[in-house]
Each structure stands twice: as C-alpha cells, then as structure tokens.
Design a protein around this ligand. Structure first.
Ligand code: TXA
Ligand code: MG
Length: 358
C-alpha cells in the first residue's frame, strides 16, 4: 500500500465533466476514489468488483465484519442491488423512500441481490443502499456506469472526514484519488434505516428524523437500542459500536440538562487545569462564552439554536482540537429531539468517559 494519492479540485455545484471522467476511469479500473457527499466524504470502489471493495477495507483498516453502503444515482439502479424476490411490503417502503426522500441523507437496509459481492455486505443477506444528493458523487456513479460501494473516508473508528484535508490526513498514500469539493454541508453521516424486520428500525440516527420517516412510510419507526443489539445474535451494525467516531485525545462528554452540564464542565476545567492538564472544549458558542478562559483550547461549534451549523462543524472541530494535542477534550450532549439525537449519538460514541446527573 504505497500509492500516490492525487488530489483534484472540483466545483461541488457544477463538477467539471473531465474531472469526473478521470475519477470514473479510476473506479472502472478497480481503484479507490474519495469524494464529497452531502453528509461526509466517502471512499468509493466499484460495488460489483470484490477485489476493489477489499481494497477499501485494507486502506481504512476496517473490520471485515462491517458492511459498506452501496451508493446509487437513479432509482433504476435499485434493480441491480436489491433482491428480486423482495417481499412486497419492503418494496413499497423502498419506493416511498425513493419518491419522497431520495436523493438525500438516508440509507436503507434491504435484502441483497445475489450480484452484490459478499465483500460489500460482510457476508450478510442484506445490503445498505443510499442515493446521495451531492452532484459530484451522483455524476461519478453515472460516469463510471456502476453503483459505488463506500464507507466514510477515514481510518476505521476515527472521526468521519468533512473535508479533503481530513481524508488525506487519514488516507494519503493509501488511495488513488480524492476529489476536493470543499467542506460537506450536513457534516454527520446518513440516517441508517433497516427495512428487513417487522418494524422499520433506525440503526444510526441522522438528519432524516423519525418524524420524516414515520410520515413517509406511514408506519411506526423505532430506534435500535444498544441492549437489543447485545442480545441480537446477528452482527451489530458497527456504526453502533460502542466506541466510534473518536478523536485521538480522550473525549469526556456530559449527558444531561444544559445547566448541570455547564456546572460539570466548569468543575472539570478547574480540576484538570489545576493538575496541569491541557484541556480542549468542544461546545456551542453560549457555553464557550461562559466557560472559556486562558489556557483552554476552545472550538465554538455555533449558536445552540443552530444545530445544523453545529452538526456541520462537529467533526472538523473535533479534528482541529485533536491536532493541538490536548490531554482531554470536554463536551456535552445536545438532547434527543430531531437532529440533536444524531449529534448526541456521535458524541457519546466517540466519548471515552460519559458523565451523567446524580
Ligand atoms: O453518510 C453516509 O452514510 C456516508 C457517506 C459516504 O455516504 N457513509 C458512511 O458509511 O457513513 P459507513 O460505512 O461509515 O457507515 C455505514 C453504516 C455502518 O454503521 C454499517 O455498519 C451500516 O451502515 N451498514 C452497512 N450495511 C449494513 C447492513 N447490511 N446491515 C446493517 N447495517 C449496515
Ligand atoms: Mg464510518
């Protein structure tokens, strides 16, 4: 694994056809290309080329048991990815998703077409599928003429990349190309929704919320709990691994009401700086104003009312703090309604220590 990684700039709104064609040629030749999506950067290979797909696992040092998402550009592509004999009730939900949510930040888990290599699905009989809405990946899929299997373009277990710099930090020399389309818009990975069980189940929360899913599917939707997962004999969805999305520094997160969270953050800052520890603070603007002081590295994610902005900046903020090598990064969660659920989920999974009231 000693490749020269080419970095090509690309206009995210109006990608140059020649640049897309170069990247598509790499995909067709079995190579690895990282690209922006509306959520985070992905690391892609031809979904029907098992050897190329295995290259993704090697580059990321990803566990072989963690399946990839197949990205498609058009509803017609579903026929090559989803099992022909998919139960009617599942097909109806797939159509509803395709009509009302795609292209967008939602991944669905459905029965796998036999043509999808086991390397993509980690040997499962189900496959995760997403139609993203970012022009660069959509045109890359069309130009390559094949669905593209892609996880987030980071080293396994690390924070997902929201810029080309993040991708290169983790994967330079391990992949063929990165298309640099600037920072991603949403900043958190897609919602993952499993449609294969008796009740549609969210495996990973994201920008597409429960309300939206319930409305579109006209059915109740549940969140898979970590406990359910422990009892589940099949493999867990590894985005749900307890420790994931993590920075290198120790991240401590308070999970509870804002007032208590600020009191806890204040206490920790005092205690840790007194011990001579370098402290990083990853918080909303209001918390930063109250708590920030000399000697503490602060990343302000945005005003608390603007969770979209906070989500967009979360991973970049985590990486920026990490680069300054603090001993401990302190943060608090954002509650559980709407997009806050996804934000809190990522923070708590990245945390080495979680503090709670009482
Ligand atoms: O926004 C996103 O989803 C980004 C962009 C690049 O599309 N991709 C992404 O991929 O976050 P990745 O591999 O980092 O996360 C995919 C998640 C993992 O938690 C994986 O375990 C789960 O989807 N997954 C994939 N296939 C599955 C399957 N057949 N059953 C259950 N979970 C699955
Ligand atoms: Mg990932």
């Amino acid at each position: 694994m000693n490749k020269t990684t080419r970095r090509l700039s690309i206009d995210p709104d109006n990608p140059a056809a020649a640049t897309i064609a170069e990247a598509a040629a790499v995909i067709r030749a079995g190579g690895l290309v990282a690209f922006p999506t509306e959520t985070v950067y992905g690391l892609g290979a031809n979904a029907f080329d098992a050897t190329a797909v295995e290259g993704i696992f090697a580059a990321k040092e990803r566990l072989k048991t963690d399946p990839l998402i197949v990205h498609i550009a058009d509803a017609a592509d579903l026929a090559s990815v989803v099992a022909e004999k998919t139960p009617r009730q599942i097909s109806k939900m797939v159509q509803a998703v395709a009509r009302h949510i795609w292209p967008g930040p939602l991944t669905i888990v459905v029965p796998r077409h036999s043509a999808v290599p086991p390397a993509v699905t980690a040997g499962r009989e189900t496959v995760a599928v997403r139609m993203p809405r970012h022009p660069v990946i959509l045109q890359l899929i069309r130009s390559a003429g094949t669905p593209i299997a892609a996880p987030s373009a980071n080293r396994f277990g690390h924070t997902s990349p929201t810029t080309a710099d993040h991708v290169l930090h983790d994967l330079d020399g391990r992949i063929d190309m990165v298309l640099d389309g600037g920072p991603t818009l949403i900043g958190l990975e897609s919602t993952v929704l499993d449609l294969t069980g008796s009740t549609p189940t969210v495996l990973r929360p994201g920008q597409i919320t429960f309300d939206a899913l319930t409305w579109v599917l006209e059915r109740d939707v549940v969140l898979r709990s970590d406990e359910a997962q422990v009892n589940d004999e099949s493999m867990p969805a590894p985005g749900m691994l307890k420790r994931h999305y993590a920075p290198t520094a120790d991240l401590w997160v308070y999970s509870g009401p804002p007032e208590a969270a600020r009191a806890w953050l204040h206490e920790q800052i005092q205690a840790l700086t007194a011990e001579g520890k370098r402290v990083g603070l990853l918080v909303c603007n209001e918390d930063a104003l109250q708590l920030g002081h000399e000697g503490v590295d602060v990343e302000q994610l945005g005003p608390i009312r603007d969770l979209d902005l906070i989500a967009q900046r979360l991973y970049a903020g985590m990486r920026a703090l990490d680069a300054r090598r603090p001993d401990i990064i302190l943060a608090r969660d954002f509650g559980t309604s709407g997009l806050a659920l996804a934000l809190s989920d990522r923070l708590l999974r990245a945390a080495r220590r979680i503090a709670e009231p009482g």
